[in-house]
Design a binder for this molecule. Structure first.
Ligand code: AMP
Length: 395
């Protein structure tokens, strides 16, 4: 079991390992892998830890300004100030950045954990969302992005994979993630997107290969594309549409509601999409305008969202006030939301403890941190396979 010893360089840095117990792989993103972690001092508190391997980015950390794509090499101070901005962002519909560890080779982002998975998977599983659910999610996305824009943070990489769901229920909070990361890891991540799947990128980003000037309206475009996908279960722009190359489709905003999937969708929903997928950014709706659109004047939906947000804020306040650690261990299993996760935590702790007891039996003197990494390696293969399958499905 412990045969493959990992080099020290690939172990979790000791500051991080001292504070967090790293468990299973939650997912793989363009910038790094994301793991479930538990706070060592209080196992009832779980987070998602994104580990960004800086070596996979060709240059050192780059911090573009919030509203333009100007590229500046950043110092450690720049990273620190970006991190502080991210940590201060608090909204029920965005993933809270709990803590960040910045090392020359790696960035560890400790994030609020969303257990409902990606919006992408939900849309694929349900073969498109009913209009009420799509509206409930879209309204929250607009609130979240309007909030980010009010703090001078432009997401720039909005897509259904970056919208997480707080629970398995249909009526759930959405949680926008990966905002501001491009500021920490630089334009490289954006470039990766450009080279990979530009399906959600605004034409002004594509036209200038991400190096021109653009503003927060790039997020409105992506939101329009996401709304289209939620309702139709297929993308407005795709390489699979043979009559025109993908980037040309985007540059011309060439999409239609002709397919049978749109027959049962309201005119208002289609109208809002047409106000957001607009080539001329000056004429494109911003989030505030979109929030005022007729389609979103739905009292039942707004009330649902308000209730969900209030619950989230109350839970967060209760956690903040909770006395920490010492007396928590006894009630750990009750506090963890899923039984399977209680088992997982238990197994992780046992594995860690048995490693401590049997240190001599391990090959190559593998440390407890390495063993957690071995777990990660094992789970990462199945994850990449799953990701490929679902991408194939949406395409
Ligand atoms: P990302 O790099 O943000 O695209 O994350 C890659 C995958 O990891 C996501 O698609 C999710 O499946 C998972 N993930 C990322 N962040 C979280 C989180 N905060 N909570 C739960 N799962 C997450």
């Amino acid at each position: 079991m412990f045969v493959s010893a990992k080099s020290t360089s690939s172990s979790v840095h000791s500051d991080v390992a001292d504070k967090y117990l790293v468990s299973k792989l939650l997912g793989k993103g363009a910038c790094g892998d994301v793991f479930l972690v538990f706070l060592e001092a209080d196992f009832s508190r779980q987070f998602a830890m994104k580990i960004v391997d800086k070596k996979s980015f060709t240059s050192t950390i780059i911090a573009p300004s919030a509203t333009t794509s100007g590229v500046l090499r950043s110092s450690a101070n720049d990273v620190l100030s970006e991190v502080n901005i991210l940590k201060q962002l608090q909204h029920p519909c965005i993933i809270h950045v709990h803590e960040v560890f910045d090392y020359p080779d790696r960035l560890y982002l400790v994030l609020e954990r969303a257990i409902g998975g990606e919006l992408f998977d939900r849309v694929v599983k349900k073969d498109g969302l009913d209009e009420f659910t799509a509206k409930l999610y879209f309204y929250q996305m607009l609130l979240a992005i309007e909030y980010l824009h009010s703090k001078n943070v432009v997401h720039r990489d909005l897509k259904p994979e970056n919208i997480l769901l707080a629970s398995e229920a249909d009526m759930t909070l959405i949680k926008v993630t990966d905002f501001g990361l491009s500021k920490l890891v630089g334009e490289q991540s954006l470039m990766k997107t450009l080279c990979g799947t530009p399906n959600y990128l605004a034409p002004e980003i594509i036209k200038t290969s991400g190096m021109g000037h653009y503003n927060s309206k790039v997020d409105s475009w992506s939101l329009g594309v996401i709304l289209f996908i939620m309702l139709a279960a297929y993308p407005p722009f795709s390489d699979d549409y043979n009559d025109m190359p993908l980037v040309e489709q985007i540059k011309k905003a060439r999409f239609s509601f002709a397919d049978h999937a749109w027959k049962s969708v309201s005119k208002e929903a289609k109208n809002l999409i047409s106000k957001m997928i607009v080539v001329n950014a000056a004429k494109r709706f911003n989030c505030t305008q979109a929030l005022r659109h007729n389609w979103l004047k739905d009292e039942v939906m707004v009330k649902q969202v308000e209730e969900l947000m209030k619950k989230d804020i109350d839970t967060r306040d209760a956690t903040a006030k909770k006395p920490s650690s010492e007396d928590v261990n006894a009630s750990v299993m009750q506090n963890i939301s899923h039984e399977s996760e209680a088992d997982l935590l238990n197994n992780t702790v046992q594995l860690k403890n048995s490693c401590k007891e049997n240190a001599d039996l391990t090959v190559g003197n593998v440390s407890e941190k390495d063993i957690v990494w071995k777990l990660e390696e094992d789970s990462s293969e199945s994850c990449s396979g799953a990701k490929k399958a679902k991408v194939d499905k949406l395409n």
